[in-house]
Write a new protein. Structure first.
Length: 479
């Protein structure tokens, strides 16, 4: 079923747009409800005040039409007031008295106000203008009336104007406002509320439109389009860090995917050479046993390096694991000494007395050190010695007297399958990459430099014993 663009889609409530729209709409509706409740409560509390003001205005409307001529008092009400006060239902009343409280003129039922004049108003000494409010029940009609008494002056004579309203008109202003709102303006209020909710929804959808576009791009990403990045233009600042983090993750994935492709291609190339030689020997039926063994050992070493590289990529040091660098160096040098002697070379070990503990895995450190020593032996001429130096607080250096590495190429030595001399058949260019990954797993680093006395210098630098606490607690498998 096709969903129209202006209608919510299935699952809309669970979306970010839906959640924000519903939340903001509920807030708006709740705020309007609270405002209406406060206004209603305030109106109810102000009803007495509004009624008193209405009575005071009513008294003033009567008083303003009083006239004193020749010692006589006349009341000339406009036709609309005259009609209201002479109505048979007697809901509007007035009574005008002199200073002694004697009635002078009144409306229909107006004499019922005579008994509600304040006592101190009957004396002529009261000169200030005053207003007093009262309430009484008309027993004949069974109705409650609200009234007001006002002292006015005509010349030098005080008079009292009393007015009252029946129950039908006691809260005329409040009744009118409420009736006007609920009976005539409710639809306008409803439209206003709907407009607010629609504005909230539209604003949220427009604000999050860029996120929808980004999500569509993200869904279209695949192995063939890892170079694409999510557009950060128009993204809300609250969501921008997430989009930037995704772009950074895509960059790392692209880089890893690229390196994986290169690794696969290089690995296939490295495996193909010894396999091609073995196949040629077999096809020609002129299998040289020594040559075949050499190629098999080359394959075995290559596979072993692939295994070490895979283990180094996934290596994580256990939190409480430690090892003695002196012991690792002694064992590794002893293991490679026969190989060096066979090549007419020597391995010299310089180490401090006692133990030198670092946080590390002895098996992986031995693999890293072995690779450095083998590289040094491979690129050193016969008769030269390779020096392994252990230093405090946690450093192992391997120095050779070979051809060395040009400064411009020092940054390339740790790339996978990179070799300084392509003519050298032994090795696939993985040894230094394995060393680097192992040191990353230890929270340390490996540095390559030119040996001041000629040749190359590689140094394994381990963090201080107290600085390795941030390494994750995961027990690795020995390589």
């Amino acid at each position: 079923m096709k969903v129209l663009p202006f209608l919510p889609r299935p699952g809309w409530v669970n979306s970010l747009t839906g959640r924000l729209s519903v939340s903001l709409s509920l807030i708006v509706i709740g705020a309007v409800a609270i405002i209406l409740g406060v206004l209603s409560a305030q109106m109810a509390a102000e009803q007495d005040t509004l009624r008193d003001r209405s009575l005071e205005w009513q008294a003033k409307d009567v008083a303003v039409h009083l006239q004193a001529e020749g010692g006589e008092v006349r009341l000339a009400l406009p036709p609309e007031l005259e009609k209201a006060y002479s109505a048979p239902d007697g809901q509007y009343l007035f009574l005008i008295s002199n200073a002694k409280g004697e009635p002078l003129m009144h409306s229909n039922y107006g004499m019922r106000l005579a008994g509600h004049l304040p006592a101190d108003w009957r004396t002529s000494g009261v000169e200030e203008e005053r207003v007093s409010y009262f309430e009484f029940r008309d027993l004949e009609r069974g109705q409650v009336f609200y009234g007001a008494s006002m002292r006015v002056w005509l010349g030098e004579q005080p008079y009292t104007v009393q007015v009252a309203q029946g129950p039908v008109h006691s809260d005329v202003l409040a009744d009118t406002v409420i009736e006007e709102f609920f009976e005539r303006q409710w639809w306008a209020f409803l439209l206003f509320l709907v407009a607010i909710v629609a504005t909230v929804v539209l604003t949220v959808r427009l604000s999050l439109r860029s996120i929808g576009a980004v999500s569509r791009v993200a869904r279209s990403l695949g192995p063939a389009s890892l170079d694409a990045r999510l557009d950060t233009k128009g993204i809300p600042s609250e969501v921008l860090p997430i989009v930037e983090a995704v772009n950074e993750a895509l960059r790392k994935i692209e880089d890893g995917y690229r390196r994986q492709r290169e690794f696969t291609a290089n690995a296939a190339h490295q495996l193909r050479t010894p396999l091609t030689i073995l196949r040629a020997d077999l096809e020609n039926r002129e299998l040289d046993r020594a040559e075949a063994l050499r190629e098999v050992r080359a394959l075995e070493r290559l596979v072993q390096q692939f295994l070490h590289l895979a283990q180094a990529d996934n290596f994580q040091l256990a939190l409480n694991e430690q090892t003695d660098l002196n012991a690792v160096a002694e064992e590794t040098v002893a293991a490679l000494a026969p190989f060096a002697l066979k090549r007419g070379q020597e391995i010299a070990l310089e180490a401090p007395e006692g133990s030198l503990f670092v946080r590390g895995n002895s098996s992986f450190i031995a693999v890293a050190l072995r690779n450095l020593i083998e590289n040094a032996l491979q690129y050193s001429p016969a008769g030269e010695a390779v020096t392994v130096k252990v230093e405090r607080p946690g450093k192992i250096s391997v120095l050779d007297r070979g051809c060395g590495i040009e400064k411009s190429r020092l940054g390339l030595v740790f790339d996978r399958f990179w070799r300084a001399d392509r003519k050298v058949e032994d090795g696939a260019g993985l040894g230094l990459s394995i060393v680097q990954q192992i040191m990353v797993g230890h929270g340390g680093q490996v540095e390559a430099a030119q040996n001041p006395g000629g040749g190359a210098l590689f140094t394994l630098i381990f963090p201080e014993f107290s600085a390795a606490s941030s390494i994750r607690e995961t027990a690795p498998s020995a390589p």
